[in-house]
Design a protein around this ligand. Sequence first.
Ligand SMILES: [Fe+2]
Length: 265
Amino acid sequence: MFKFVVVSDLHFVPDGMLSHSIDTVERFREAVIHINEFNRDAEFCIVAGDLADQGETAAYERLSLELEKLQIPFFLVVGNHDSHENFAGVFGDLTNSETGFMDRCIDVHGQRIIILDSVMVGEHAGWLGEAQLSWLKGRLDGAANMPVIVVLHHNITDLMVSNDEIRLRNNGPLLDVLSGHPDIRHVISGHVHLTSSGTCSGIPFTTISGCHYNIAPRRHDKEPRSPRFDGPGQYAVVWSGKDATVVLAEDFSHRQVHLPIELFR
Ligand SMILES: [Fe+2]
C-alpha cells in the first residue's frame, strides 16, 4: 500500500482578514504541521481547491509561503472560490493544453491518480467541459489495467444538505465516463465542508470537510440552511494497494463551535 493525502477548502485570505470569523491561514498552518508530523511518508499532497477565499492575489502569495513548509510534494487545483488568473500570477500557468483547465494525471506505484478542475467560471456550482471529459476518457482508456482514483473540488452527487444546488452540475456525463473503466477505486472531493461517503451510479466517493468551517447534515424540514461549525479541520489520508483503497478522515483540529448563521449572509 502507498499513501497520499488530500487537503481541501483552505480559503486563504489577505493579511489581517478572517473568513466567516475563522483565521483560515492559521488553520492551514495546523494542517501542515500535522502532515509533516504524521504523514511525511505520504507520496504527495493534493490540495483540492478553494485555495483562496475570494481568489485574491494576496491570498495566493500567503499560500505560496505556507506551502514552502510542507515537507512532501504537492499538487494544486482550483475550486469555485478561486481565480485561475490570479492563481497563475503566483504559481504559474498549470493549464492542461488539451483541456484548457488544470487537469492532471499522475501515475504512482502502478495506479493512476487523476485531478480534475471542476470550476465553472463565474459560478459556485461545478462543471466539466466536453474537452475535459474526452481527455479523462483517454486517460482511463490508457490505464485499463490500473486502479484509478479521481480527485476534484466539487462533490459529484447530492448530500441532502442546503448547498446541494452547487455540486458538480453535470455529474451524469462524468459518471458515464468513469463507469467505462473496470477499476475506479474512488472519487474524492471537498467543496461541501462535510465528511461523507457513498456511491453514485456504482462509483464510490468521499467528501472531506476540509480546512474551513463545517456544515452539519440538515436535521429537519424547518431548518432552511445546514448548521455551521468552526471545525473540525480535516484532511484525507488515502491508502491504496493491489486489492483495496481506503480513505481515512484525519482531524487535525478538533474545534466544533456553532457559528451564528448571520456570519453567512
Ligand atoms: Fe467550494
